[in-house]
Design a protein around this ligand. Sequence first.
Ligand code: AHG
Ligand code: MN
Ligand code: MN
Ligand code: MN
Length: 338
Amino acid sequence: MQQVTVTEHLLLNQKQSPMATGRFTSLISELILSAKIISREVTKAGLVDVLGFTGDTNVQGEKVRKLDEFANNVLIHRMRRSGVLCAMASEENGDLIQISGDLPKGDYILIFDPLDGSSNIDVNVSIGTIFSIYRRPLKKSGENPTLEEVLQRCDKQVAAGYFIYGSSTMMVFTTGAGVHGFTLDPSVGEFLLSHPNMMIPEQGRIYSVNESYWNYWDNPTKDVISYFKSTKTALGQPYSSRYIGSLVADFHRNLLYGGIFMYPAKQNPDTGKYQGKLRLTCEAAPMAMIIEQAGGLATDGVNRILDYTPSELHQRVPFFVGSRNDVMTVKDIMGQAE
Ligand code: AHG
Ligand code: MN
Ligand code: MN
Ligand code: MN
């Protein structure tokens, strides 16, 4: 069997992809090395002291787990020395992470969720790392990029992807020329092409949502969930409900089998306001780029995620992502209510 590595794949597709430059390739190679280190640590969880909490609370108001912190530190440490970035942002850090003084800088901006699904760490359920890459729009040499330069319209992403630490470790990513999946072969330590040109079925058969929030949803959202609970798919079967609680894992399954993942806005009992949970820059936007490249759709219920321009680094957004027909159904139901 022909075994194609990520680097080979980028080089082989050089003609089609303007991203296959040496600098972009080294950015991806550093990301891969970081993910291998995180994967190694995840695999050892339970044997070494990486389970449980650090005692800190992050900028999202969440209790930080030891593996959240480990993954974040690995990515920041490795990527800031890559020489190809001018700034980074992480789910775990309140502010932009600048590339300090004497380190070499490049044009790329990296935004990441170092460990996604971290509530599943201690119970051996799949978790992941999500990344999103932009280019710096106007390069002013020597100066660090401003927040405005980082908060670009989401369709300006030049690449996006995720690593999933599951029954095997996989990397799934796009540079705007389709979605390709690579599986880590632990015996050689390389990610090898296993899922070329991934496409999500147009019609899904799974819906994924945390239904315990029912009482916190507005009526159009309840109508959407009722639809998926009570309607047969165009394939003639009822939908199946599957919810892991790791966006990466729920997304990955739906990408392969067809389906829709939903994290609707829910009401904050203190303020009365409706808000999504998932973060636009490090969760929704990269997944939206991947799903569109795989033939699916991603919206906030009505509007396309990739048309958003974030107004702040940790902006949250309602998120509906998956098979084209299913996301369109949500839009039809929610659009009627508007
Ligand atoms: P993270 O672990 O990076 O903070 O992300 C958690 C996210 C996402 O992975 C998942 O889909 C969602 O939170 C689950 O939230 P609920 O527990 O509210 O369902
Ligand atoms: Mn978190
Ligand atoms: Mn996450
Ligand atoms: Mn996370």
